[in-house]
Ligand binder design. Structure first.
Ligand SMILES: [Zn+2]
Ligand SMILES: [Zn+2]
Length: 403
């Protein structure tokens, strides 16, 4: 076992925390096609890598890793698939990281391993296990930090999560290369990334704690934005206002009735402000047991106050749309955040995907006319109106049917 193999393993935790197959593919490619370079770093390499590729650098494994890496990049570009992926990839990543590490070990020094198979097996399985644990830990940390972004903007209407996804692709693509060329630099970089993630996580937790105060009656910690304590139902004196992104603000809410709807818009319980986990119109609050939209009056009022927003959103969308080309994206983000998000958050992903593809074809033709002066002003408001009608219909149907 070589020191550089260990350094490689430790450093690979960084890229593998982001993607499973992309770093595996890049590593196998480097091992296969730059054997002289790799051997100069890893020290005494057997001729194995160049003359007869091992299982890790074989054509078959390169093709499989390559296909899976391409699929992985494509899958993480869609917010819906990304959300599903997040659930399973925390187990896939450590496994692929371990396979890659064992692959790197296997490409070097075959003679050495053959001589001392048992010792080598034992000596390599401990670092491999630690790499798996490291990837799982860093991956979980990453998931937690991304989760905060996800809570704020579940459907990525602003697009920050999409941009981050591209950044992570670059990290997963370049990480293994950097690791082979400048191992120490990469190790330090991974350390910095881990530290930043730990701090970000801590900060988010502190913020979450700050957004809670003990109930005056029972002492349970409840959200500042809550209307009642989730445990004893004691009303709070002055629930705090929540921001556009769903966080508690310092000032009290000016309108208690509107506050309940505002909480629901941000996918939080209208009573105790706990976040709803499911994408379903009818669900129960995990903390206080409140059944969302069970009261038809509340449901209708929720829809009505969203409807009331439609004219003003259409006017502002028109203003955005009047600016050729440049106004399109901000206009779409605007109507999605204000009009669609309060409904779409409660529509299951499978259903939302179908609906989105349905209107996408129409939008494709609309967008082509957006650069026309004046006439282009109609494009974004039409998109807003069509989208709103589609999501509202689906929402209403779920309200009435899925009980
Ligand atoms: Zn209480
Ligand atoms: Zn609740």
């Amino acid at each position: 076992m070589h020191l550089y193999t260990l350094i490689f393993g430790a450093g690979s935790v960084g890229p593998f925390a982001s993607r499973a197959f992309v770093p595996a593919f890049i590593t196998a490619m480097m091992m296969r096609f730059t054997p002289q370079y790799v051997s100069s770093i890893f020290g005494d390499m057997a001729a194995s890598a160049s003359s007869a590729p091992g299982w890790f650098t074989s054509d078959a494994s390169l093709i499989i890793f390559g296909l899976l890496a391409a699929l992985e990049i494509a899958a993480t570009k869609n917010q819906d698939i990304r959300a599903v992926f997040q659930e399973i990839d925390k187990y896939i990543k450590p496994i692929v990281a371990i396979i890659t590490y064992m692959g790197v070990v296997s490409t070097q020094d075959i003679g050495f391993i053959e001589q001392a198979t048992q010792q080598a097996g034992l000596a390599d399985s401990l670092p491999a296990l630690m790499i798996g644990v490291g990837v799982y830990w860093l991956g979980t940390l990453r998931g937690g930090v991304l989760g905060v972004l996800f809570d704020a903007d579940e459907d990525d209407d602003i697009g920050v999560q999409g941009l981050l996804s591209w950044a992570e692709d670059i990290w997963a693509l370049c990480g293994p290369i950097l690791l082979l060329i400048f191992p120490i630099v990469m190790l330090i970089l991974v350390g910095i990334v881990a530290a930043v993630l730990v701090l970000a996580r801590k900060r988010a937790e502190a913020k979450e704690e700050l957004s809670k105060t003990p109930c005056t009656n029972c002492g349970e910690k409840i959200y500042n934005a809550a209307i009642q304590c989730f445990a004893c139902n004691t009303p709070t004196a002055s629930p705090s206002e929540i921001s556009f992104l769903g966080r508690s603000l310092d000032e009290p809410t000016p309108d208690l009735k509107a506050h309940s709807y505002k909480l629901v818009e941000k996918k939080r319980c209208p009573i105790c402000a706990t976040r709803f986990e499911k994408r379903a119109v009818h669900q129960q609050c995990a903390a206080c047991g409140h059944e969302l939209f069970k009261n038809p009056d509340f449901a209708n009022a929720y829809l009505a106050q969203n409807d009331a927003r439609l004219p003003i959103v259409l006017i502002i969308s028109t203003l955005f749309s009047l600016i050729p080309v440049v106004g399109l994206i901000p206009g779409i983000i605007f109507y999605r955040m204000t009009l669609i998000a309060p409904l779409r958050k409660y529509i299951p992903r499978s259903r939302a995907i179908l609906m989105r593809w349905g209107v996408r074809i129409l939008f494709f033709f609309l967008v082509m006319f957006q650069w026309f002066p004046l006439a282009g002003g109609l494009v974004v408001p039409i998109m807003a109106f069509v989208n709103y009608t589609v999501y509202r219909t689906a929402f209403k149907a779920m309200l009435d049917n899925d009980k």
